[in-house]
Ligand binder design. Structure first.
Ligand SMILES: C[S@@+](CC[C@H](N)C(=O)[O-])C[C@H]1O[C@@H](n2cnc3c(N)ncnc32)[C@H](O)[C@@H]1O
Length: 228
């Protein structure tokens, strides 16, 4: 087996069944012939009987949604992500999916309550989400919990994300396609970080920017030994 995970033990199972060429597992009896069906209440009887084809890591196979959320809750990072949603931004689903992958504490939707769930690929089921009607409410929420707000946009006065030291208790705040981050968000943040660009486009997709920024936090603060 080729080790593509930066020198980690190549024998460790990966997060999905890529090698097996399919997604998920079949019924328990087929996958574990002769083994008793688990009686642990964290296992879902329907998934045990019919198989589990959900987009979840192997460690969570056959577990109820509640059991999965409870386990992620023991692994969540002190990282929050907020995205402004005054025009129903289509990128929020992508942000939620990536936030789930990085065990972000909570994704905050600022502005309109409704958001396009398509890109989330049902990861919103496992992710804490909180709605705030406006930026001021979000900022007050963060301040009350001693969470430092960092805006992310390539506006004048921003500092390079590539060299910035992000706070550990951090809320990364993103703007929308088109208008970008609001003035209220920029003023309420301790700093605004920009992602270096080298081509012709003024900006990158907000969902992509969120992924880059979240991963920057991961490289500075996450315990990589706990990654799947
Ligand atoms: C598509 S951008 C639009 C705004 C952008 N300021 C402009 O002038 O075109 C939408 C959001 O994606 C994020 N974003 C896009 N490119 C970025 C970059 N190079 N650096 C930091 N954030 C970026 C920001 O959160 C921004 O508010």
């Amino acid at each position: 087996m080729t080790d593509t995970r930066g020198g980690q033990d190549a024998e460790r199972p990966g997060p999905t069944e890529w090698g097996a060429g399919r997604v998920g597992v079949g019924p328990w009896d087929e996958e574990h012939p002769g083994e008793p069906v688990p009686e642990d209440p964290r296992f879902d009887p329907t998934l045990l009987a019919e198989g589990d084809r959900r987009n979840v890591v192997d460690a969570y196979r056959y577990l109820t949604r509640e059991a999965i959320v409870a386990d992620i809750d023991t692994r969540r990072h002190p990282l929050h992500v907020a995205i402004e949603n005054f025009e129903n931004d289509a990128n929020i689903g992508t942000v939620v999916r990536t936030a789930n992958a990085f065990a972000v504490d909570t994704v905050h939707i600022v502005g309109r309550r409704r958001w396009n769930r398509r890109g989330a690929m049902v990861t919103d089921r496992y992710q804490h989400l909180l709605h705030h009607p406006d930026v001021d409410t979000l900022l007050a929420w963060a301040q009350a919990r001693d969470i430092t707000v960092v805006a992310v946009d390539n506006t004048p006065g921003s500092v390079p994300l590539e060299t910035a030291r992000l706070p550990e208790r951090c809320l990364l705040l993103f703007g929308q396609e088109g208008p970008g981050i609001t003035e209220a968000a920029r003023r309420g943040a301790v700093m605004t970080c920009s992602i270096a660009q080298f081509g012709s486009t003024r900006s990158i997709n907000a969902g992509v920017a969120a992924g880059i920024a979240m991963h920057r936090w991961v490289t500075q603060h996450a315990d990589l030994e706990r990654a799947w």
